[in-house]
Design a binder for this molecule. Structure first.
Ligand SMILES: C[S@@+](CC[C@H](N)C(=O)[O-])C[C@H]1O[C@@H](n2cnc3c(N)ncnc32)[C@H](O)[C@@H]1O
Length: 222
């Protein structure tokens, strides 16, 4: 017989009905094993991005791998960087020159990103205001999760991968966005990689690459 979840009664006589309702919903989610919805001030849906369908995967990946270091190449308005930082595990380094590019459009979103980091309470996200090649020259840390999402031309993706993938260990994960929406560029480079990999085809495509095939299988079934 299925065990009935024990739910607390809302506190009698409380005036803060919204708070009580939320507490009740959270207790119910916990009792029944549902994922907890983030509180309103930590949600990302208002942020402009083509990355929206991958937030849940990013959060699960970070909770699973417990990375010390996540590096993102290409922050723009910050959506994916925020998604990696939300679980508050390790440090996320978001690298961007904040001048945009021919694929994303030309804009400086740096001030907006920094303001959102405060609103979202993300103390574990560090912004590196630089171009990817310059930043790679002085980079020294091992990377556990690398997300490549700069400009999407074939030569650029190849350069970003070659500059940064060498910092990713055997049990690290490399993500590449836009494998589907840029089939002749990101998609082509992803297709050429002779490494264990899996391509999520939704939300413009997210390639997942991992040198350890067993880890890849675990990660893509999260
Ligand atoms: C597709 S957007 C990133 C989208 C973002 N990850 C998201 O979640 O929506 C690409 C970003 O890469 C940056 N970028 C492109 N080429 C760059 C380079 N060589 N060095 C630094 N930043 C670069 C652009 O300024 C732009 O903000």
């Amino acid at each position: 017989m299925e065990q009935e979840a024990r739910l607390p009664e809302p506190a009698p006589g409380t005036r803060d009905r919204a708070r009580t309702a939320r507490g009740f919903a959270e207790a119910r989610a916990q009792a029944e094993g549902w994922p907890m919805p983030p509180p309103a001030h930590r949600r990302l849906e208002h942020i402009v991005s083509a990355w929206k369908g991958h937030e849940e995967f990013a959060v699960k990946l970070v909770r699973f791998l417990k990375p010390d270091v996540v590096v993102e190449l290409g922050v723009d308005y910050g959506y994916s960087a925020f998604a990696f930082a939300l679980p508050n595990i390790g440090t996320v380094y978001g690298i961007d020159w904040f001048q945009g590019d021919d694929c994303a459009g030309h804009r400086n979103t740096c001030a907006q990103v920094r303001a959102q980091m405060v609103t979202l309470g993300l103390g574990n996200l560090e912004i590196i205001h630089a171009d990817f090649s310059t930043a790679a020259r002085s980079w020294q840390r091992k990377i556990d999760i690398l997300h490549i999402d700069g400009d999407h031309l074939y030569e650029s993706v190849k350069r970003d991968f070659e500059l940064w993938a060498r910092f990713v260990g055997e049990d690290g994960v490399i993500l590449m966005h836009d494998t589907i929406s840029f089939p002749d560029d990101v998609g082509r480079f992803y297709g050429e990689l002779r490494l264990p990999k899996f391509n999520f085809t939704h939300s413009h495509g997210l390639g997942v690459v991992c040198r350890n095939p067993d880890l890849l299988a675990e990660v893509v079934s999260l």
